[in-house]
Write a protein that binds this ligand. Structure first.
Ligand code: NAI
Ligand SMILES: N[C@@H](CC=O)C(=O)O
Ligand code: NA
Length: 438
């Protein structure tokens, strides 16, 4: 059977892993795909490394457009990253009638609508399993396995670097900087790691899942994001005393008037499976109305785990390349003509539970003032903890309050009033809390 020819663009962590696994498991992969999948040509800025990785049988070039224009390439694999050259490459490949496989979540989250529309017109596939939660086949699950369901919400630990850093800090007492350096050395981090630690990468992935789950366009610009760089170790400690773990969590939820789309450090009850997802592992919890809660777990980053997803897409594309384009799985799970225009809700309208920590004067009446303000804002208290101030200042205390469900706008209004009390010093720390009941 004639081989399908791949043009590999980018031979770094994921590109190297993809070349290695394609070679090692060539026979098994061909048995599944129905024909061999062979790298015909590779392009990389680092020619020397690419030649070492690809070996003598694969042509290696510096210019990725050579791959997009190559007459013998059936599928272009984009593993460069970013949205400049990668976007030009993907659009050029599509123009040339080639299928595309990419691991680039930033590209899909920011330009997916344009890319899918063009691919639809040209009758080619753009596949991106590796872009979300690395090796976990969660796009496949959402797009194909859960099609019977009305999806209610998705919550995911979807940035391996941040989860690795939080775990190393908690378990080994490592500093933030040292843990980040390790994540970079292990190939988990983005070229610019601020994308990982400030929540952009998780928001890119959440945006993609939200589109597939609810049948809406990708709308990264409307996502709310907070990263882990400002997280205080004291809050990790207090959360733990209260029975919670803090994770960088992406949440997208269907509400009556729109869709929530937000990433932030979030408390999760430690008894939940997802709260125990540590290190570079990712997990995505999906709640469907028919199936209930389903959990997808596995490595979220790294060379071969990500290659596993890239190659799964290559097999899919190979199997479907000869199918009538009308009969292929739609890029965003819903037929393009059925994509809905549901609004993404502003963060002020989000409804969740909250963890609040304040530095208070340890005098009678302070708690009463705080709880009165919360009650007036329609925020009910779930539990409370008072500790001698962490900095051991006489007469001061840390007050930690967990709330029931409340609207973010109401919480912000109440916090402004609490911060104005004479008995409260500085800002109140506000973290979100999700119970994630199945
Ligand atoms: N590293 C990981 O664990 C994961 C990465 N991804 C995504 O996969 C993509 C690649 O990531 P990595 O392999 O980690 O990056 P990397 O930095 O290790 O590799 C990038 C490759 O692209 C090449 N390159 C960069 N600019 C180029 C240009 N203008 N022309 C030709 N070659 C160029 C580099 O020489 C290098 O070979 C990114 O979109 C990333 O977000 C997705 C899931 C996991
Ligand atoms: N930098 C990303 C890589 C995978 O998408 C992460 O840390 O999760
Ligand atoms: Na995946």
């Amino acid at each position: 059977m004639k081989a399908i020819h791949v043009g590999l663009c980018g031979v770094g962590t994921v590109g190297g892993g993809t070349a290695a696994v394609l070679k090692r498991n060539a026979e098994e992969i061909a048995r599944r795909a129905g024909r061999p999948i062979v790298i015909k040509i590779a392009a990389s800025r680092d020619l020397e490394r690419a030649r070492t990785v690809c070996g003598p049988d694969i042509e290696v070039v510096a210019d990725v457009m050579t791959v997009a224009d190559h007459p013998d390439v059936d599928i272009v694999v984009e593993l460069i990253g970013g949205t400049t050259i990668a976007k030009d490459l993907v659009l050029r490949a599509i123009e040339n009638g080639k299928h595309v496989v990419t691991a680039n979540k930033k590209l899909i989250a920011e330009y997916g609508n344009e890319i899918f529309a063009r691919a639809q017109e040209k009758g080619v596939m753009v596949s991106f399993e590796a872009a979300v939660a690395g090796g976990i086949p969660v796009i496949k699950a959402l797009r194909e396995g859960l099609t019977a369901n009305r999806i209610e919400w998705i919550a995911g630990i979807i940035n391996g670097t941040s989860n690795f850093i939080l775990t190393e800090m908690r378990d080994k007492g490592m500093s933030f900087a040292a843990a980040l350096a390790d994540a970079q050395r292990l190939g988990y981090a983005e070229a610019d790691p601020t994308f990982d630690i400030e929540g952009h990468d998780a928001a890119h992935k959440l945006t993609i899942m939200s589109a597939i789950a609810f049948g809406i366009p990708v709308q990264f610009e409307k996502a709310y994001l907070e990263g882990i760089s400002k997280l205080d170790a004291l809050d990790i400690k207090y959360a733990s005393e209260l029975g919670y773990r803090i994770k960088l969590l992406g949440v997208t939820r269907r509400r009556e008037n729109g869709i929530e789309l937000r990433v932030a450090p979030t408390l999760i009850p430690h008894k939940r499976l997802i709260a125990n997802v540590d290190g570079v592992m990712n997990a995505v919890l999906v709640k469907g109305d028919a199936v209930g809660a389903t959990l997808y777990y596995g490595p979220g980053a790294g060379a071969e785990p990500t290659a596993s997803a890239v190659i799964a897409d290559l097999v899919d594309v190979t199997r479907l390349a000869t199918a009538d384009p009308e009969n292929r799985v739609p890029h965003l799970a819903f037929q393009p003509s059925a994509i809905a225009n549901l609004p993404i809700l502003p963060i002020d309208d989000v409804e969740t539970c909250y963890y609040l920590r304040m530095d208070a004067n340890d005098k009678p009446g302070v708690l009463a003032d705080v709880t009165r303000i919360l009650a007036e804002a329609n925020i009910s208290v779930d539990s409370m903890l008072q500790k001698p101030a962490a900095e051991q200042v006489d007469g001061r205390a840390d007050i930690i309050i967990l709330t029931h469900l409340a609207v973010e706008r109401h919480v912000n209004e109440a916090l402004a009033r609490i911060e104005a009390l004479d008995s409260i010093t500085g800002h109140v720390v506000k973290l979100r809390l999700e119970h994630l009941h199945g």
